[in-house]
Design a protein around this ligand. Structure first.
Ligand SMILES: Nc1ncnc2c1ncn2[C@@H]1O[C@H](COP(=O)(O)OP(=O)(O)OP(=O)(O)O)[C@@H](O)[C@H]1O
Length: 233
C-alpha cells in the first residue's frame, strides 16, 4: 500500500521508502514494509498488531538501523548512504523522535532534556523561538508540565510527565520530521488530546511531517493518512 498524495511535486517529499525489508538476528522471515510517500506537512498514522514491525520501521526511518534491502529517502537524502555519524547529525538536525522508552537523560532536569537537541544541532538552536530556554519553557507550559518541575531531574517525574518532556524535546527547534512511537500511551485523555492538538498545530505551522504509531484507533481521524502493518485493514 502506498501513502501518496499525487498533486505535490516530488521535491516536497519528506519520507519516501521503497520495498524496505529488515531481519532481526535469529528471525527467520524478514519484516517487509509497505512503501511510504509522505509529503512535507503531512501526517501519517501507523498501526497494526503487536510484533508487526511498527517500532522497527520507525527506528529505520530515524536512521538508527539500516534495512537489509530497499531504500529510504528522508527530505531527499538517502539515509543508507550516510555513515553512522552523519546519520546521527541528520537526525539531530531534522528529526524529533519520541520513543516508547522516552530516552530522557536521567540526571538532567526537564528543561535541560528539552534543550538537548539545540546543543546537538546549530540548526535546531537557530530555529528555537527566542532562545532554547525560552522555547523549552513555552513547550513545557503548553504541555502542562508545572513550572515547579522544570528544574527537577526527570527521574523525579511521573511517567506521563516524562512522556510530555520527551514530546517537548522532539518539538523544539521545529524539525521537519517527527517520529512518535506510542507517544500518548501514558497520558490521560485530556493530556493526550492536548498533546496531539499541539503536535499537529506545530506540525502545520512549520510544515512538519509526522509519523505517529499507536494502537488506539480512535486517534486515527486526527491524521491525513493511515497505514496498517501486518495485513490489518
Ligand atoms: N531487539 C530485537 N531483537 C530481536 N528481535 C526483535 C527485536 N526487536 C523486535 N524484534 C522482533 O521484530 C518483530 C517486530 O517488532 P517491533 O517491536 O518492531 O513490532 P511492533 O509492531 O512495534 O510491536 P508493539 O506494537 O508490540 O510495540 C517482532 O517479531 C519482534 O520479536
Amino acid at each position: 500500500m502506498n501513502i501518496e498524495t499525487a498533486q505535490q511535486p516530488s521535491g516536497s517529499l519528506a519520507i519516501q521508502t521503497h520495498q524496505l525489508r529488515f531481519r532481526w538476528p535469529k528471525q527467520q522471515a524478514p519484516l517487509m514494509f509497505p512503501d511510504i510517500q509522505l509529503h512535507r506537512g503531512e501526517h501519517l498514522f501507523l498501526r497494526g498488531p503487536s510484533g508487526t514491525g511498527k517500532s522497527t520501521l520507525l527506528s529505520m526511518l530515524a536512521g538508527m538501523m539500516l534495512p537489509e534491502a530497499g531504500s529510504m529517502h528522508l527530505l531527499g537524502t538517502n539515509l543508507s548512504e550516510l555513515k553512522g555519524g552523519a546519520r546521527d547529525q541528520f537526525r539531530a538536525d531534522h528529526m524529533g523522535v519520541i520513543f516508547q522508552q522516552f530516552n530522557l537523560v536521567p540526571y538532567l532536569s526537564a528543561l535541560a532534556n528539552v534543550t538537548l537537541p539545540c546543543r546537538l544541532s546549530s540548526r535546531r538552536r537557530q530555529q528555537a523561538q527566542g532562545s532554547p530556554d525560552a522555547a523549552a519553557s513555552a513547550l513545557l507550559r503548553d504541555l502542562s508540565i508545572p513550572e515547579s518541575l522544570w528544574h527537577r531531574q526527570v527521574t523525579e517525574m511521573s511517567i506521563g510527565q516524562q512522556q510530555r518532556v520527551a514530546a517537548a524535546r522532539a518539538l523544539i527547534g521545529s524539525p521537519e520530521i517527527i517520529l512518535a512511537d506510542e507517544p500518548t500511551s501514558a497520558l490521560d485523555t485530556d493530556n493526550r488530546d492536548r498533546f496531539i492538538e499541539l503536535l499537529l498545530t506545530l506540525a502545520h505551522e512549520h510544515r512538519c511531517s509526522v509519523v505517529f504509531v499507536s494502537h488506539d484507533r480512535s486517534l486515527a481521524n486526527h491524521f491525513h493518512h493511515q497505514l496498517s502493518l501486518g495485513g490489518e485493514s
